[in-house]
Design a binder for this molecule. Structure first.
Ligand SMILES: [Zn+2]
Length: 694
């Protein structure tokens, strides 16, 4: 590789201090750290481009590998600072990006897996930049970073348009979108662009497909490089003559078979944890930095460029141990939790037992140095402190897993992500994830079958896994569900009980068990389980729907209505449920609640809303005459309720003292049916009106 002379050139950062800004911004920082706000005046703020590269191994870019041509990355690294020991905080997309956007490790920002929602209280980079005067825009390319997961906060524009429900978009499409936006008069001066191409499956377009036919992963990197080149040129052209900064960083790498891991997320070795990191800009002297750094330092670095002192900026000399975690095998399979710390080229991995590697001399991590070298006390201290704090946080975290729609779960699963909820029991005898690589393949295959609804094949694979790993929670739960949906109730019950013995706290398990009972018409067993699921996760839609069907079957109208009230708050398009609720409330004589339900239904359904007669009658009963008139006017002559609508409209007209009220009563009589004519005859409001004449 291309090692440049000088080490880090630390520049004192010149920050004009605007004393008043701190005051003006008081309350803008939810973490109350206002003293750090020292924005730059207009014109001195650099335009900042943050490029994040999904699933990109540092040793596969052309900067380190002559086998891969990445001229744009190389040029940027040559002209800027290249960090040879940069580490992800966790090998999963949403949590690692959340670290970059918050400056926090996963134990502090609490996003452990994809499919969670970033806490609305967290201080996000884009929001901070907005308060410092930046316009902000993001272009992301993979579903794990879609707006719904919470990183969009603080962006004036957040483009996660993956075109027709796809799970990713190509670098070309993302770059096109960013370039189109950069060409606007009112564009952003903080731009985050995320590329997802290197994520499996590896399918680079031509000519990269042919050029790298034996190494399609690298082909994706070369392709990404070509698009990054377009983006960099456009950024430079757009902000020509102004200060500019660029930061390029990987969110995590890819195993590519190292230590038995094909993809990422399960282990903490260099292939998935060491990422490319380049910073470049007018006043950044070229060089390389061998100090270990964390991608979470992106946060402080960008803020420093924006004029705020960042104690952990990559431009500074901060040399605390770099930490990371990989908790997926713990959360999903009940294996040992894994943590890692690196300092001065020495890396410790705690995964039940402890491994120690000199990652500079032995980047393949083949020689475990535990016991043969002295370890820095601060390295050991940082590792054990992180491990215990992270587990405490998980235990105490009243962590309410995000309620995801079935569609969202399926999209994440199709990318290989399967979330769980509930804390597994930490068993002393739990295997270390590094010793279980022989079943990663089966876990992926079984999950694939399961997600695609191929339950017989999934049952075969998960039975095999459970033989090898008898406490694998996910395998037991999936066997239970697999047997349940294929109508083998006895086996299903056996595996539900087995899964419960492994992880009694799992909300998911209770939920699926309740669904199983419901499927078998054992409502009395399903009901308390659904209720306990909702006590922990009040928004869990399928549990609400399960209870609704149980209450309806039992004819418990009160509970049906209560559950519908909750359900309509959770569902994306609850139009039909609101109609059902409105009709039930109306039948019970609860006018105001019925009006509220119909009003919401009308907003959602728009012209498909057909209950204008009911709503008009309700408004009339509630003496909201103008609203009643407006609703009744929407009932058309093709509606079977038209005569009734005319009669009610005439009542409203008299009450409103409209000029044409007598004509309306005559019209109601003329078009009336037997029922409405009887009503007209006996209506006191109409006394003295000669409605029978023309
Ligand atoms: Zn990723």
């Amino acid at each position: 590789m291309n090692v440049k002379p000088a080490g880090l050139v630390a520049k004192p950062f010149l920050v004009p201090i605007l004393a008043v800004v701190g005051l003006l911004l008081a309350g803008c920082s939810p973490q109350g750290d206002d003293s750090r706000f020292k924005g730059l005046p207009d014109g001195e703020r650099p335009a900042i481009l943050l490029i994040t590269l999904d699933t990109t191994r540092a040793d596969r870019l052309g900067i380190e590998s002559s086998a891969v041509k990445t001229p744009h990355f190389n040029k940027l690294a040559d002209g800027g600072l290249y960090f040879t020991q940069a580490y992800s905080t966790t090998p999963t997309t949403l949590p690692s990006h959340t670290s970059m956007m918050t400056g926090l490790y996963p134990m502090d920002h609490k996003i452990r897996e994809n499919g969670r929602r970033v806490d609305a209280q967290l201080d996000l980079l884009a929001s901070r930049l907005q308060t410092l005067g930046y316009r902000t825009a993001a272009f992301v390319s993979g579903f794990p970073l879609a707006e719904q997961f919470g990183l969009a906060r603080g962006f004036d524009k957040y483009d996660d348009d993956l075109a027709g429900g796809a799970n990713e978009r190509s670098a070309t499409l993302t770059t096109n979108a960013a370039l189109e936006y950069l060409a606007l008069e009112e564009t952003a001066d903080f731009l985050w662009v995320h590329y997802f191409d290197a994520h499996a499956p590896y399918e680079p377009p031509e000519p990269f497909l042919s050029l790298y036919k034996d190494d399609l992963y690298s082909g994706e990197l070369a392709y990404m490089d070509s698009e990054v080149g377009r983006l960099l040129s456009a950024f430079e052209a757009r902000f020509a003559g102004q200060p500019r900064k660029v930061i390029v960083v990987g969110d995590h790498g890819e195993g590519l078979g190292d230590h038995g891991e094909a993809l990422h997320g399960n282990l903490l070795y260099q292939g998935t944890m060491r990422v490319p990191l380049i910073i470049a800009g007018d006043d950044i002297a070229p060089g390389s930095v061998a100090r270990s750094v964390s991608i979470r330092q992106v946060f402080d670095t960008v803020l420093e460029w924006a004029g705020v002192n960042g104690e952990r900026s990559l431009l500074g000399e901060n040399s605390e141990p770099v930490l990371a975690e990989a908790l997926k095998p713990y959360l999903q399979y009940g294996w040992q939790p894994q943590f890692m710390a690196v300092l001065d080229g020495i890396k410790m991995i705690q995964s039940g037992d402890i491994e120690v590697f000199d990652v500079q001399a032995d980047p393949g991590e083949t020689n475990n140095l535990l016991g043969s070298i002295d370890l820095a006390p601060e390295l050991q201290g940082a590792l054990s402190a992180y491990g215990s704090r992270a587990l405490d946080a998980l235990n105490s975290q009243a962590e309410k897993p995000e309620t995801l729609s079935q569609k969202t779960v399926e999209r994440l699963a199709s990318l290989g992500y399967v979330g769980t909820s509930g804390q597994p029991i930490l068993r002393d005898a739990a295997p270390s994830p590094k010793d279980m690589v022989h079943i990663y393949g089966d876990l992926d295959i079984g999950s694939g079958y399961f997600t695609n609804g191929n339950y017989d094949a999934a049952i075969e694979v998960f039975s095999r896994i459970l033989q090898i790993d008898p406490y694998n929670f996910m395998a037991a739960m999936r066997l239970a569900v697999g047997y349940s949906v294929t109508d083998r109730a006895a086996q299903a019950q056996e595996f539900f009980e087995r899964a419960r013995s492994i992880n009694p706290a799992s909300v998911d398990l209770r939920h699926y068990h309740a669904m199983h009972y419901l499927r078998n018409r054992q409502s009395a067993l399903a009901e308390p389980l659904f209720e306990s699921v909702l006590a922990e996760m009040p928004d869990r839609l399928p549990a609400l729907e399960g209870l609704l069907s149980i209450y309806a079957r039992r004819g418990d109208d009160e509970k049906v209505m209560q559950t519908l009230e909750k359900l309509v708050k959770v569902k994306a398009s609850p139009g039909p449920d609101l109609l059902r609720l409105g009709k039930m409330r109306m039948a019970k004589g609860d006018t105001k609640a019925a009006i509220s339900a119909f009003e919401q239904a009308s907003q959602i359904l728009d012209e498909r809303f057909r209950q204008n007669l009911e709503l008009g009658v309700l408004y009339l009963a509630d003496r909201q005459f103008a609203n009643a008139a407006a609703s009744l006017d929407k009932v058309t002559r093709f509606d079977p309720g038209y005569p009734m609508a005319l009669f009610k409209r005439a009542q409203v007209s008299v009450l409103l003292k409209e000029a044409d009220s007598e004509a309306r009563v005559r019209e109601a009589w003329k078009r009336g049916d037997d029922t409405t004519r009887r009503l007209i005859v006996s209506e006191k409001l109409f006394r003295g009106i000669d409605y029978r004449s023309n």
